[in-house]
Design a protein. Structure first.
Length: 238
């Protein structure tokens, strides 16, 4: 079942756009023009937004929740390419080259998204060169990030990949050290999804977490991860 696009009352969309990094510098009149091609998309956890081969009529901004992008095989196996969080966008790359989607997007949690239609966006690009620069910057950053991920997955061990992931999560969640410097974070989604994102099996992922726990680098309680000493964990990355 795909997500449905329901219109949002006019005052809401400009405010949502303004809070997104991509449109943070836009004037009110520019946001109102974009609003004409926007719809709020409410998704339940597990809901599919689009599949490989679906036509692309615009792109999405994550307002709340998490969305995964993945390749899906005929047998149901998935390879997670990216996990998107509030403030991030997706779908714009294929929109610009006028091709169907090459992967699937699925809500990992209950989500609120903004869909921005292609026709309205292209009209605003003609009016506002600054938007084109921001979109190019965002796409370039994502390409750079994916290249770094490819390097990480090919040249680093499973242990190093997981440590790097946990350190990134600590920064993303802005986890504050508790008493005695203990940092607590929560894995944002299932271990199976994270393992796929790191190009590992779930069994390998769980085994490495257990090894890191045994070495005293982390403490694992379900999806809650405690880091007794951040400096020591960083040092283990090399």
């Amino acid at each position: 079942m795909k997500a449905t696009h329901d219109p949002v009352p006019a005052p809401d969309i400009p405010d949502m756009l303004r809070r997104m990094p991509l449109f943070s510098g836009f004037r009110d009149d520019e946001l109102r023009r974009l609003e004409r091609g926007c719809h709020l998309v409410a998704c339940d956890r597990g809901q599919v937004l689009f599949r490989k081969g679906d036509p692309c009529h615009g792109f999405y901004l994550v307002v709340a929740g998490q969305v995964k992008l993945a390749f899906s095989a005929a047998d149901g196996h998935q390879k997670v390419v990216e996990i998107l969080r509030p403030g991030q966008s997706f779908g714009e790359a294929v929109m610009f080259i006028d091709l169907p989607f090459v992967l699937m997007a699925q809500a990992l949690t209950d989500c609120q998204l903004l869909f921005i239609g292609k026709k309205t966006l292209f009209a605003e690009l003609d009016r506002t060169p600054g938007l084109a620069r921001k979109l190019l910057s965002g796409l370039s950053f994502r390409l750079h990030h994916l290249i770094c991920e490819l390097e990480n997955h090919t040249l680093r061990s499973g242990k190093e990949r997981i440590i790097s992931y946990l350190l990134c999560e600590e920064e993303q969640q802005e986890a504050q050290p508790a008493e005695h410097g203990l940092v607590t974070l929560r894995l944002p989604t299932t271990k199976e999804t994270i393992a796929s994102r790191l190009n590992m099996t779930q069994e390998h992922f769980s085994r490495v977490l257990h090894e890191l726990d045994g070495d005293g680098l982390i403490e694992v309680q379900g999806r809650t991860i405690r880091i007794p000493d951040l400096a020591r964990l960083r040092a283990a990355l090399g």
